[in-house]
Design a protein around this ligand. Sequence first.
Ligand code: ATP
Ligand code: MG
Length: 180
Amino acid sequence: MRLIALEVNGFKSFADPQKLSFPVGMTAVVGPNGCGKSNISDALAWVLGEQRATLLRGAEMADVIFAGTGQRKPMGMAEVKLTLEMPDPGHPGSVREVVISRRLYRDTGSEYRINGRECRLKDVSDLLMDTGMGTRAYSFIQQGQIDLILSSKPKDRRSLLEEAAGITRYKLRRTDAERR
Ligand code: ATP
Ligand code: MG
């Protein structure tokens, strides 16, 4: 599982379309205060389906749409596209590229797409399950979260380990089967 590229358009401070590429290895984002570094990680969380506006540092979801500046009008839509390299379930041992995208117009809900085809948020969550990449998984560690993990209840901490071990999918299937 690897990030390949992130495209933002009208998301927070990114009024113009921008494409960020993540080469193999580690990527660090540097820049002066307020230049938009955290907006990049917000864009990542958002495209993966984050529903909590406060976690994206806004009051409501529409706050992710470019709100305008003295020189520029606000925009009506935010879009983020993420290209990932994932294991290919059809060909064990090989990988495939998947593009997940999310769009939000003012006053309407979000639209999600996987490889250009419109889908539900649940399809995005299902695709990411057990990869560690979901919005509630461990691939986003925010400031103060390490403390939270160390002080969390054993059951909550266990769910992180289960996600890392890739067994969340099977647990959910079992709960589903037991309910029927
Ligand atoms: P620091 O080094 O202080 O953490 P940073 O590089 O992480 O800074 P961000 O928090 O990513 O900076 O970006 C903050 C900037 O994004 C602010 O200037 C803010 O006005 C702008 N911004 C946030 N939301 C929007 C929006 N919806 N429309 C326009 N600009 C926005
Ligand atoms: Mg920041």
